[in-house]
Structure formats: C-alpha cells, structure tokens
Design a protein around this ligand. Sequence first.
Ligand SMILES: [Zn+2]
Length: 102
Amino acid sequence: MGSFQPMLHPPVDELLPLHALGALETADHDAVERHLESCGKCGQEYAAWRETAACLAVAAPVAIPTAALRGRVLAAAARQGRLTPWPPLHIRGEGVAKPGVR
Ligand SMILES: [Zn+2]
C-alpha cells in the first residue's frame, strides 16, 4: 500500500451526483466513500442527491412500446437466448391493472 492521500472536498462535491447514481468508477467510488466518512457537508449533500436519484426512477413517463417494437425486441431477445418471463403489458382500457383504478 502506498501513502493514502484522501480526496479533498472540492473534487468530491462535484462527484456526488454521479456517486448517487452509482456511476463512479471503483477508485473514485472508494475515494468519495472515504471522504463521506469524515465530511458532514458532503454527507448532507450526498443524501440530497440520493433522494433526487431515487425520484428519477419514478419521474420518467411510462413509455408503452408499439406492438411492432415489442415484437422485435422479444424476437431479438429470443434469438440471443436471453428471453425471460415478460411482465404483462399494461395497456389502458384492456382490462389489466389500470393505474389509479382500484
Ligand atoms: Zn466534503
């Protein structure tokens, strides 16, 4: 092991959004984690970015593929042997679980 040089505050705060998305390379990930152990300011900022990242997952509009696109994707997956059970396609008005209707 060489001498350990902790990552300083200025570069770390710019990496926090990527860290919240899990998009950092291992070396940067580890350096940011070490910095977060001792920097409350970055810890608070990181918590906020994590909340934002979590919201992104549900913020994107649901895109329903056309039947043709769905067929091409499934056919390509089947050709590659990567076909796994597909969840039922939820299309409004077709009787499968409708969002907001209970
Ligand atoms: Zn910091």
